[in-house]
Design a protein around this ligand. Sequence first.
Ligand SMILES: Cc1ncc(COP(=O)(O)O)c(C=O)c1O
Length: 427
Amino acid sequence: MSDLYARHRRVLPDWLALYYEEPLEITHGEGRYVWGADGTRYLDFFGGILTTMTAHALPEVTKAVSEQAGRIVHSSTLYLNRPMVELAERIAQLSGIPDARVFFTTSGTEANDTALLLATTHRRSNTILAMRNSYHGRSFSAVGITGNRGWSPTSLSPLQTLYVHGGVRGRGPFARLSDEAFIAACVDDLEDLLGHTRPPAALIAEPVQGVGGFTSPPDGLYAAFREVLHERGILWIADEVQTGWGRTGDHFWGWQAHGRSGPPDIVTFAKGIGNGTSIGGVIARAEIMNCLDANSISTFGGTQLTMAAGLANLTYLLEHDLQGNARRVGGLLIERLRAVAAHDPGIREVRGRGLMIGVELTRPGTDTADPDRATAVLEAARAGGLLIGKGGGHDTSALRIAPPLTLTVAEAEEGAAILETALRNTQ
Ligand SMILES: Cc1ncc(COP(=O)(O)O)c(C=O)c1O
């Protein structure tokens, strides 16, 4: 055990899990590569859990952060903050939500917590609809709407949560149905559920479930849900913490795969927008955002430093059409991985879109999850010079591949070749 690992174990919580038999200390990065403390270079296909969204040490972001740090880092929300107003204006416009207001937080958890506060206050209801296999954060309220056993340390909650079908296309009671029939069955179930409960405040859903292993419903499910919810005044919260900013390639927001009835009532975001600096936030129509009748601040939310990073990062993302890059390079990568899967009976599914790709591993010839192989593939990929992630329900048997959105075709090829070898060597 390395000295740093021993110190980590002595002083940090046991439940703060580390990847790898021999945990890795990353000391620096550039572009899509990072370096370990021993000097080994790795191609990074996980971006610190989809958070280094654009690139490591992106000069434009580094420059904006260092210039801002030389002026002022933080002044609090008691004073006007130009970069915060500018970023809010840009996000409000990109959201498609009419008369949108933006509130900045420091994390996805805090963003979802705020969305729950707004929805429950606005609707005067503490009942929330959430998806099975979901993850929305680590706070007491966010854990209460997390439909993933592995990330639910308590069932105590300020909220009453009802879990809805549909977040996972390939498993569960409706898996064998066609897309159309799957959506109809989920909508029937939702309507039936609503007939038995007090009126909920909102439905919260990740368009593509992140921690859950990059699972998603057929396109259109949330639009169909939205119609049912809308009739009853129930709000739709899209948790875009992993799926926002073009990550899914086809769309700027993940909800747009379902969007025929317009944008959600509330959108939450975090992770990638700050390219590693701590930005989270909530976007909602003014009538919802302004429903609180007491003060509420997030001391570190929207500091000049993080807002400068967010502005530089967003500008780079849009000017370089990284959504288009995610679609093109992600499309090549997913095809490559599907070709590998065709010869590997332990790969149940290669799924996802853009640069958000899941590879679900099962014991060959069965539907039984294979978390041991997922762990082995992670180790083998690292040995080959590639970092990937894993996820899934309580089984953690899906590999998660989510490189920075500037990934080049050559890097996609390099990563796919390493992963192919790792999969072959763990069969
Ligand atoms: C979809 C989703 N929502 C919320 C969160 C919580 O974000 P944070 O860890 O920044 O609090 C995460 C984190 O993984 C997430 O994936």
